[in-house]
Design a protein around this ligand. Structure first.
Ligand code: SF4
Length: 472
């Protein structure tokens, strides 16, 4: 992929983005009957959705947002202004439940004062065993797991939906950027992860169904489509045609003007997919491929299903296919049993792969996982001060590589997709075709492209000068 080809495709596929729906939009029409009582003195109803966790949750919240808008609710940002509060929760960190408890306690108080009428708990914690205890303790009105989010529709007064597969619900339309879930669940059993128990086994969505949704989104102004799944590259055609993720990605890249996907699993990542990123002019040259550890011994303990050399080979293919691309990963430090040698092997892998960024996590046990049981044995746990030192060493190693790579972009002229409009510091946040994040002084709205020269670089972001010409 080169920067001279992708911009051509941008112009070819350029479509005027539609106006985003403001978050605080008040309903214009009379709302259907709802179980939520409107606040006294006004006919309108209000709802607040708070999202915790990953992109899948952000996407599920988008779906629920559409339901509450369809039911005539205005979205508000503060609990005390809301008739209905939806907490869409994440279960990935051990303190996640404690965090949610804090919010539920506050909501319970507001309910007693009559300021909040109903509270719904959704997402991963809603699907977990703890939800029953939380429901009783905090008087929660509705608890939904990740598999039955669609039941919120009936709760807010919409006709019941006979859906059993949440991804069939329409994604956000009319926005410049949309997430499209292509599969849910996961067939792996990583030692530290609760996803298989809260999201269940992998369920893939039919190819035509995905393509249809993307056509509709693009037709309504979406310029950036992100394909989502816990192990997105494990997608297989559920109809048994033999089509794999690379086939789906190719189809989507022919339909949408800008495409990305996350999260991938190294065992499922095919060379053909990696080469496609370089070949297709509409696919952003950014790969997020979680490695978790550079030690083969730890990868086995974690049940990751690959060795570090296999991971390195995948990265070689990616770097060759997408020389200008960006690579990010996830790394866990301090997993039970991790030795100094294991840690050094992780540092070596970071050096070899030269990541552009990484999400580094200090291990925290999740109840019900194999790693939590391992961490109950003090002989296998990594002391907090050791884990903290390793965490900092990994972070520094990633940042040093990223900074060096980012500096090589200084002087380049880039077509930058504006993801978030101008913020408090007067800069918008954009993304190059190579997947680099860029701060840029522009008034351009999200969904537009600007062309600008990269003037400086930090370890996490590039800084562009004033754009040349008008936003497109
Ligand atoms: S691949 Fe492993 S870490 Fe990722 S969702 Fe599945 S079990 Fe969790």
């Amino acid at each position: 992929m080169s920067n001279t080809t992708k911009p051509t495709e941008v112009a070819k596929n350029a479509a005027a983005p539609s106006t985003p729906i403001p978050l605080t939009r008040k309903p214009v029409a009379a709302a259907p009957t709802s179980v939520v009582t409107a606040p006294s003195g006004t006919a309108s109803k209000t709802a607040c959705i708070r999202t915790f966790g990953c992109q899948m949750n952000v996407h599920d919240s988008d779906r629920m947002r559409r339901m509450i808008q369809d039911a005539g609710f205005a979205e508000v940002q503060r609990y005390e202004d809301a008739d209905l509060v939806v907490l869409n929760t994440c279960y990935v960190r051990e303190n996640a439940v404690d965090r949610v408890r804090g919010h539920l306690g506050e909501l319970n108080r507001l309910k007693k004062e009559g300021r909040v009428k109903k509270v719904a708990l959704t997402g991963c914690i809603g699907a977990a065993n703890e939800s029953r205890e939380l429901e009783k303790q905090y008087g929660i009105d509705l608890v939904l797991g990740t598999h039955n989010t669609y039941e919120l529709a009936q709760f807010v007064g919409l006709p019941g939906m006979d859906e059993t597969f949440t991804p069939e619900l329409p994604g956000t339309e009319g926005e410049h950027s949309a997430f499209v879930t292509i599969m849910t669940g996961c067939n792996y059993q990583c030692s530290y992860c609760v996803v298989p128990s809260v999201r269940g086994r992998m369920v893939c969505r039919p190819m035509e169904n995905v393509v249809e949704e993307i056509r509709r989104l693009v037709g309504s102004g979406t310029r950036y489509v992100t394909l989502l799944g816990q192990t997105v590259d494990a997608w297989r055609d559920p109809a048994g045609s033999g089509e794999r993720f690379c086939d789906l990605l190719e189809r989507v890249a022919d339909e949408a003007p800008r495409v990305w996907f996350t999260t991938s699993h190294p065992s499922n990542m095919e060379d053909r997919t990696l080469r496609l990123i370089g070949e297709k002019e509409t696919i952003v040259g950014r790969l997020h491929l979680p490695v978790q550890s550079g030690s083969d011994r730890m990868l086995k303990v974690m049940h990751r299903g690959y060795k570090s050399d296999r991971y390195r080979r995948k990265i070689e293919v990616f770097r060759e296919a997408v020389p200008d691309g960006t690579l990010s990963t996830d790394i866990i430090v301090g997993h039970p049993g991790e030795t100094e040698t294991d840690h050094e092997e992780t540092l070596r892998l970071i050096e070899d792969c030269s990541f552009d960024s990484a999400y580094v996590f200090k291990f925290s046990p999740r109840r019900g996982t194999e790693a939590a049981a391992l961490s109950a044995d003090p002989s296998g746990t990594v002391p907090e001060d050791v884990a903290q030192r390793r965490f900092v060493e990994v972070l520094r190693a990633v940042e040093q590589n990223a900074f060096r790579r980012n500096k090589s972009k200084v002087g380049a002229v880039e077509d930058i997709y504006v993801r978030h409009g101008r913020t408090g510091d007067g800069k918008a946040v954009g993304e190059t075709w190579s997947g680099h994040a860029v701060h840029i002084p522009t008034e351009a709205q999200p969904g537009r492209y600007v062309t600008a020269t990269i003037e400086s670089a930090g370890p996490h972001v590039l800084y562009a000068g004033d754009p040349a010409g008008r936003p497109r």
